[in-house]
Design a protein around this ligand. Structure first.
Ligand code: NDP
Length: 315
């Protein structure tokens, strides 16, 4: 495994991180989830991602249980707050009340005293940024949160938060968690430049486009059994990714990978990691073998020629 520094902090995260959305507490059993997490840890992944809302707290419980046997200093645990956790008017968003209560609920489920990274899972138009940052700053001062992150915020929202943090001497955002893969590149234009200027890294989610960039979904064929696309509990965000025009590109990208003697998933992960501003590619995995295959991407260096070939396919 290789490690990169997270923004302007001294923290180092593995180039591949493992997440728990749709898998742990949902599509696979607890024992199977723990086997995947153990494999990731064994292969040097030190960065694990979850959220209060994943399987309504179940994912946090499983990740916490899996990691509890390892020394606390050996891994970086991230969780998030924003999405509804109940039906009440205060059971959502980034108000002082909800953030404060949810961090404590997350710590309880994870069985931890602190989280390494606490993300605002989305921007909350109903709460002043100052209120949210002050609350997380309090949690940092209490030793319950070490670093502050945001997820899927626009460049403008990130700049607003940085200005607010500087004005009130609050802890600054050091990491952004956006979606980034060969088919979803909006961060390249504004977000990466703003973050680079401000010492913020990206930990990018769905780098394999939910498994489409492994090549396992073929044109005109049913999704393989046991895959995310075949599971009605977890395939709700995949229809756009399984369109003919995408799958044709996937076939072409597979050829590029084959010429390099690597798999498509390794090509897709090396491609996101070509960006120095990306500290880590945040994958999901339902089996240990997937992690074994994916971590090998950290040794793949893509030449200018290969990158140009990929651009032509994606154009
Ligand atoms: P990926 O794009 O890495 O897709 C992961 C899925 O692809 C796996 O669960 C598995 O699904 C399949 N897969 C992975 N590797 C292989 C392989 N080598 N061969 C075959 N299939 C493979 O990421 P996710 O979409 O899962 O997102 C990753 C993480 O990012 C989440 O767990 C979560 O922590 C975070 N996230 C954050 C969001 C946010 O708003 N901040 C939103 C979404 C995700 P299967 O075997 O079931 O087909």
């Amino acid at each position: 495994m290789k490690y990169r520094k997270l923004g302007r902090t001294g923290l180092k995260v593995s180039e591949i991180s493992l997440g728990s959305w749709l898998t742990y507490g949902n599509s696979i059993e607890k024992e199977a989830a723990i086997r995947v997490i153990d494999k990731a840890y064994e292969l040097g992944i030190n960065s694990f991602d979850t959220a209060n809302v994943y399987a309504r707290g179940e994912a946090e419980k499983i990740v916490g249980e899996a990691l509890r046997k390892y020394p606390r200093e050996s891994y970086v645990l991230a969780t998030k707050v924003f999405w509804p956790m109940g039906d009440g008017p205060n059971d959502r968003g980034l108000s002082r009340k909800h953030v404060f209560e949810q961090l404590h609920a997350s710590l309880k489920r994870l069985q931890l005293d602190y989280v390494d990274i606490y993300y605002c899972h989305r921007y909350d138009k109903e709460t002043p940024v100052e209120e949210t940052l002050r609350t997380i700053d309090d949690l940092v001062r209490q030793g319950k949160v070490l670093y502050v992150g945001v997820s899927e915020w626009t460049a403008q929202q990130i700049q607003e938060a940085l200005g607010t943090a500087d004005k009130y001497l609050l802890d600054r955002i050091v990491v952004n968690q956006p979606q980034y893969n060969m088919f979803h590149r909006y961060i390249e234009k504004e977000i990466i430049p703003v973050c680079e200027q401000n010492g913020i890294s990206q930990i990018v989610f769905s780098p394999l486009a939910q498994g489409v960039l492994t090549g396992k979904y073929k044109r005109g064929q049913k999704a393989p059994e046991g895959s995310r696309a075949s599971d009605p509990k977890s395939n709700m965000f995949m229809s756009d990714l399984l369109k003919e025009e995408i799958l044709v590109k996937v076939e072409q990208l597979e050829k590029v990978a084959a010429e390099l003697g690597i798999t498509l998933s390794q090509l897709a992960l090396a491609w996101v990691l070509r960006q120095p501003n990306v500290a880590s590619a945040l994958i999901g995995a339902s089996r240990p073998e997937q992690v074994e295959e994916n971590v090998k991407a950290v040794d793949v260096q893509l030449t200018e020629d290969v990158l140009e070939k990929i651009e032509q396919i994606l154009a």
